[in-house]
Design a protein around this ligand. Structure first.
Ligand code: ZN
Length: 271
């Protein structure tokens, strides 16, 4: 997994103890703009129906393209990872994070799974959130659902699909929680659209409930969590207007505080 290669390179990040290597702030800020200018057009790459050799050819063309007027492009990219955003989205192949927000490699830390679920005990997403918040110091966490989501659709029926049904139980939990509201919507597609929105809002809440995010807020770290919906039919993102900037934005039931430090050094608690 390519991002892990970035993650293991301590000097590349901007957390405590990290160094900026040879990349100056000016070069850091210039990098995304330069990459965006030289982003390959659809005409340059074979998009669908190709073989693995096509993929490798595409990669060769892309690499050449990115370094065509900046031979140091990849050298600079290796020397830093400084995203402001953590994207938590659906695995759906039609919703590629960097592409639809026009950002180059290095600008977005990404986690994707079926139906953009943030489960309280999923150590995959919890680890991603922790790394993004504590080490990369992202400013924004974006939970991004999309219309016509197959995972959400499957959660609305009673057909058993397989192992994924266990995963989709998280969406059924959302259905049950909002059953009264959903029952007022007769049209299936409209009801599914609403469930997609409700799922995003619930997953935003789950992000905010994590110990990592609450600890960041308690320490005064600027961090916002947002709910977005991507529309497949026109490629546009809608901000649901649900933004949480601190612990007061979540239900008190889920709020936690860090344990108090011991009263004195070497004090052994009574048992
Ligand atoms: Zn989906």
């Amino acid at each position: 997994m390519a991002p892990m290669a970035f993650m293991t390179a301590a000097p590349l990040v901007r957390g405590a103890g990290a160094t900026r290597a040879a990349v100056t702030p000016r070069r850091l800020s210039a990098l995304p703009a330069r990459a965006a200018r030289r982003a390959p057009s659809a005409a340059n790459v074979s998009m669908v129906g190709g073989s693995l050799n096509d993929l490798l050819s595409n990669n060769l063309e892309w690499s050449k393209h990115m370094t065509s007027d900046d031979p140091d492009y990849f050298k600079d990219l290796v020397a830093m990872q400084q995203p402001d955003y953590l994207w938590i989205g659906c695995s759906d192949s039609r919703v590629p994070a960097n592409v639809i927000v026009g950002l180059p490699p290095g600008a977005v830390f990404v986690h994707r799974n079926i139906a953009n679920v943030v489960a309280h005990t999923d150590f995959n997403v919890l680890s991603v959130i922790e790394y993004a918040v504590k080490v990369l110091k992202v400013r924004h966490i974006l939970v991004v659902g999309h219309d016509n989501c197959g995972g959400v659709k499957a959660s609305m029926g009673d057909e058993r699909v397989g192992l994924v049904d266990n995963w989709l139980t998280h969406i059924r939990d959302v259905r049950r929680r909002h059953a009264v509201q959903l029952a007022t919507i007769d049209d299936f597609d409209a009801r599914m659209d609403r469930l997609v929105q409700l799922n995003v809002l619930e997953q935003v809440h789950n992000v905010c409930s994590t110990t990592t995010v609450q600890a960041a807020w308690n320490e005064g770290q600027p961090l916002s969590v947002h709910g977005w919906i991507y529309r497949l039919s026109d490629g546009l993102i809608r901000d649901l207007g649900f933004r949480v900037d601190g612990p007061e934005g979540i239900d008190a039931v889920y709020r936690t505080v860090a344990p108090r430090p011991p009263a004195g050094k070497g004090v052994v608690p009574e048992v």
